[in-house]
Design a protein around this ligand. Structure first.
Ligand SMILES: Nc1ncnc2c1ncn2[C@@H]1O[C@H](COP(=O)(O)OP(=O)(O)OP(=O)(O)O)[C@@H](O)[C@H]1O
Ligand SMILES: [Mg+2]
Length: 333
């Protein structure tokens, strides 16, 4: 077996690649492309830095939306670029790749991910549901008969699943995640201050001073934008309490996903869940106080995974080491 084995999370916001126990790549899933000829100018971090700063002839876009491929050709090119980047130009043997796919996507959406990975140069492609990968990556004892509640809160999607005996026993998902929190901050600032701010600014405010609940500490940040009335640049100061208020609505949708999966959990597994609590993964699980928020909303204690952002790719990579066992519980692995 001379082929390299890669676990890949092709996310709405980030692409993460793991090999065995290591994260090899974690970059924004962003592509800069010429509008006329559709030629790729930059991919990943480099493309993201161009966001909102390009001439009219270049568009900076995310080919993934809500966890699924929105622009197939660009996704394929982006994936090929990232795989080449970690494997290097010299490629005697094609890699074996395990791709994560959000829970509950259609078979057409799954096939598109499979095909994109083949086109990106894979010899063999396997697909794993994202919550199962997250549970494997977070180190939960997924191969035992006891229930484990995993909650993966990403950029475009949130998923909650009860995992036992290498499979998903109950799950729920919703197309809501960090991007919706950013949009909620944009709307809040527009309504309260008549100020138009960009997506990057909103995300920065969320990360730097944001929280899901009152964290007993008031952080502040100066925000630049454009006045909605006179069109001139203006600066305001945002506080943690304002972000808490701004993101309340999308956060309640995320709590709703967890509540739905709790309702669907077989009664035999409920005591395990109450005992062990839920484990949080995904970039949005880094929002301050989201563990407290979910604990309060669901009455089940929430804990952050050791590497919340790397868990899904790491889990996909670990999944490649136990294909035989997983095959019994994942139909189209
Ligand atoms: N410290 C932080 N606090 C709050 N949010 C954060 C923090 N760091 C990253 N995020 C958010 O996490 C999100 C990205 O998470 P992640 O990389 O898990 O998403 P993804 O896998 O690309 O998306 P999906 O799984 O939904 O397809 C972004 O919306 C980003 O703003
Ligand atoms: Mg993800």
């Amino acid at each position: 077996m001379l082929s390299r084995k890669l676990g890949i999370d092709l996310g709405t916001v980030n692409v993460t690649i793991a090999e065995r126990e290591q994260i090899l790549l974690h970059e924004p899933g962003v592509v800069a492309i010429t509008i006329e000829e559709e030629k790729i100018v930059a991919v990943g971090q480099e493309a993201r830095e161009m966001f909102g700063r390009t001439p009219e002839t270049i568009e900076v876009m995310r080919p993934m939306r809500d966890g699924v491929i929105a622009d197939y050709e660009v996704t394929e090119a982006m994936l090929r670029y990232f795989v080449d980047k970690v494997i290097g130009g010299f490629r005697l043997f094609k890699p074996v790749i395990m791709m994560t796919v959000p829970y509950g996507v259609t078979s057409v959406e799954r096939r598109a991910v499979h095909e994109a990975a083949i086109q990106a140069g894979a010899r063999e492609v396997h697909l794993i549901p994202e919550p199962l990968a997250a549970a494997l990556g977070a180190g939960l004892p997924v191969d035992t008969p006891s229930g484990n509640l995993i909650v993966n809160i990403g950029g475009g999607t949130s998923e909650a699943a009860v995992v036992a005996m290498n499979g998903i026993v109950a799950a729920a998902s919703e197309r809501v995640g960090g991007v919706r929190l950013d949009e909620a901050i944009i709307n809040y600032v527009r309504k309260k201050y008549n100020l138009i701010i960009g997506e990057m600014t909103a995300e920065l405010a969320k990360i730097n001073i944001g929280a899901a609940v009152d964290i007993g500490e008031e952080l502040r940040m100066d925000i630049q934008g454009r006045d909605q009335v006179d069109g001139l640049p203006k600066m305001i100061t945002l506080s943690t309490a304002e972000i808490v208020e701004a993101v309340a609505e999308p956060l309640s949708l995320i709590a709703g996903v967890v509540k739905r999966v709790l309702e669907r959990t077989p009664p035999e597994l409920s005591p395990d869940i109450i005992d062990r609590g839920m484990v949080l993964t995904g970039g949005t699980s880094l929002l301050r106080g989201i563990d407290q928020y979910l604990t309060r909303e669901t009455n089940v204690p929430a804990f952050l995974a050791d590497d919340p952002v790397g868990s899904t790719a790491l889990g996909a990579s670990r999944g490649l080491e136990r294909l035989d066992v997983l095959r019994r519980s994942i139909p189209d692995l």
